[in-house]
Design a protein around this ligand. Structure first.
Ligand code: TRP
Ligand code: SF4
Length: 447
C-alpha cells in the first residue's frame, strides 16, 4: 500500500479502511501484486481510485501501463452481474472503465446473465430487465460513451460461448474443484460459468474483436479466481512458451508436437526482426535459446510471438491483466449490500432517502462532542469519510484537509454528514437527469 499523504514528515495512510490488514494478507496469500505508484503516476490524469490505493492490487498491469504510454492498442473487458439494484459499490468498476475509455481503451462489457441465472435464482427474463432498466442506463448516465464500446449478453454471444467450450479442453475437474470449491450438489450451469467468464475475458483478442492485444480486467478482488483461471487458460493454449531456463538463459519453446519445424523457423525470423541475433536452435528440444536477450525482454518477445500463432491455428492469447479494488464499506459499517438497503446508497435513491441513510451512518466520531474535540475523530473508521474518499471528493487537497481536521478534533460529524448529504444529492440528481435520456441510447451500445 502506498502512503499517499505525508504529514509532519510522518508517512500516514488516510486511504486505508479498517480491513486494510486483510487486503495485505489477500495479496500475500494469493500472489496478487501491489498496485504501486510507479504503475499509475505517469498515466494521463490518474483516476482517484488509482491515486488513493482503492485499487490496491494487480496481476500483469505492467503490459497495460506500457501499452498506454506507448499508445498501442489495448482493451478493457469487465462484467456485471445483473441482479437487483445498482449501488455505490457497483459504481466503482464503471468509474474505472470510463476513465480507461477516456485514455484510449477499447471497451467490452459482459452482462453476466447466465451467471446470474445460475447463481442468483433469477429467470433469464429478470436478468435482462435488470441489465436494460438498471445497470446499462446508469452506466450511460455516469458517462460511458458508445464509441469503441460494446455491451453484450453472455447468453446471446455465440463466440463467447464457443470459446468457453473449446477453452475448457485444457482445464480439468480437479483444477476447477480446487479453485471454486464446488460440490456434488452444485448445478452444472454454475460449474460451467467460470469457463464462460474466461470466454468473456479472452474473446476480445479474437481477430473479429480487435485481435491479440493486452487486455485489462478491472474487478473487485473476489473475482481473482476467475482471473487466475483465465490467465492459466490463455497460457495453456499458447503454442510458444518464452521463459528463463534453469541455467539462466532465455528460451523459446514450442509446446505442440505438430509443425515444429515451421514454428521454429517463424520464431527465428520473428526474433531477428526484434534484433536478436545470437540464437541457438536445438530442434530436438523444440527450442531456441536467445543468448543476447535479458529477462526484461520476455514480455516483448512473448507478445510478438503470440501474434504469429493464429497462422499456425493457435489463439495467441496474451495473458489478461487485472486490477483489484477494495470494497466500499456499507453505511452501517458492514458490507454494502443490496439486501440491506440501509447499508447502501442506490443510484436510483431519492436524495431524501440518501440523506437519511447518511444521517444514520456509522462514523469515526467520539461518543460526545467534548471528547471528539479533545481526542479527534477516526476518519479511517468512518463511513462518511469513505464516501468522500471513494466517490464524493475529487480534490486530494480538500480530502486531506477533512482528514486532518477530523483527526485534530476541529471537524464535527454533524457538519461532515451535512456536507456529504449535499454532495450525494448533487451526484444523484445529475445521474437521475442523465438517466432520462439513457434508455433511448442503449441500442448504440449493444452488439
Ligand atoms: N463474475 C462477475 C461478477 O460476479 C461478472 C462477470 C462476468 C465478469 N464476466 C466477467 C467480470 C468478465 C469481469 C470479467 O460480478
Ligand atoms: Fe467522519 Fe467527519 Fe466525523 Fe471525522 S468528523 S469521524 S470524517 S463524520
Amino acid at each position: 500500500m502506498i502512503p499517499v499523504l505525508s504529514l509532519d514528515n510522518m508517512k500516514i495512510d488516510p486511504w486505508s479502511s479498517t480491513t486494510y490488514q486483510d487486503y495485505t494478507r489477500l495479496r500475500n496469500e494469493f500472489g496478487i501484486q501491489e498496485f504501486t505508484e510507479d504503475l499509475w503516476k505517469d498515466l494521463p490524469n490518474p483516476h482517484r481510485l488509482l491515486r488513493r490505493g482503492i485499487v490496491f492490487g494487480h496481476r500483469g498491469f505492467g503490459i497495460i501501463h506500457n501499452a498506454i504510454l506507448k499508445k498501442k492498442p489495448w482493451a478493457i473487458l469487465t462484467g456485471l452481474m445483473p441482479s437487483g439494484k445498482m449501488h455505490l459499490g457497483h459504481k466503482m468498476v464503471i468509474d474505472e472503465v470510463i476513465y480507461y475509455q477516456s485514455i484510449g481503451a477499447d471497451i467490452f462489457i459482459a452482462v453476466a446473465d447466465i451467471e446470474a441465472y445460475a447463481t442468483r435464482g433469477y429467470t433469464m427474463e429478470e436478468t435482462k430487465d435488470f441489465a436494460l432498466n438498471e445497470y446499462i442506463p446508469n452506466y450511460i448516465a455516469l458517462g460511458l460513451k458508445p464509441e469503441k464500446c460494446r455491451i453484450y449478453f453472455q447468453s446471446k454471444h455465440q463466440d463467447v460461448k464457443d470459446l468457453a467450450y473449446l477453452l475448457g479442453k485444457k482445464v480439468n475437474w480437479s483444477q476447477i474443484l480446487a479453485t471454486y470449491g464446488f460440490n456434488g450438489s452444485s448445478n452444472m450451469t454454475h460449474i460451467f460459468s467460470p469457463l464462460i467468464q474466461a470466454g468473456d475475458i479472452l474473446h476480445v483478442q479474437l481477430e473479429k474483436y480487435g485481435g491479440i492485444r493486452p487486455t485489462l480486467v478491472p474487478v473487485g478482488v473476489d473475482q481473482d479466481p476467475h482471473i487466475r483461471l483465465s490467465r492459466d487458460i490463455a497460457q495453456a493454449h499458447r503454442l510458444y512458451n518464452v521463459t528463463v531456463t534453469k541455467d539462466n538463459k532465455i528460451g523459446v519453446f514450442v509446446k505442440v508436437d505438430k509443425g515444429i519445424e515451421s514454428l521454429l523457423n517463424d520464431a527465428e525470423k520473428t526474433l531477428n526482426s526484434l534484433k536478436f541475433t545470437q540464437l541457438k536452435r536445438i530442434t530436438d528440444y523444440k527450442a531456441i535459446y536467445i543468448n543476447d536477450a535479458k529477462e526484461e525482454d520476455i514480455p516483448k518477445i512473448d507478445e510478438t510471438l503470440a501474434r504469429i500463432e493464429p497462422k499456425f491455428g493457435g489463439y495467441g492469447f496474451i495473458q489478461p491483466s487485472a486490477t483489484f479494488h477494495r470494497f466500499i464499506t456499507g453505511l452501517t459499517g458492514e458490507k454494502m449490500s443490496s439486501s440491506k438497503p440501509e447499508s447502501a446508497i442506490f443510484l436510483t435513491d431519492s436524495s431524501n432517502d440518501a440523506k437519511k441513510k447518511i444521517m444514520n451512518a456509522k462514523t469515526g466520531g467520539a461518543v460526545t462532542l467534548k471528547e471528539q474535540k479533545k481526542q479527534g475523530g477516526k476518519p479511517s473508521e468512518c463511513m462518511i469519510y469513505e464516501l468522500f474518499l471513494y466517490h464524493l471528493i475529487e480534490d486530494d487537497k480538500e480530502l486531506k484537509n477533512i482528514y486532518t481536521s477530523c483527526k485534530n478534533g476541529e471537524q464535527m460529524c454533524g457538519n461532515c454528514k451535512k456536507y456529504a448529504a449535499e454532495l450525494i444529492e448533487k451526484l444523484l440528481l445529475d445521474i437521475q437527469n442523465k438517466r432520462k435520456t439513457a434508455t433511448e441510447k442503449i441500442k448504440d451500445y449493444l452488439s
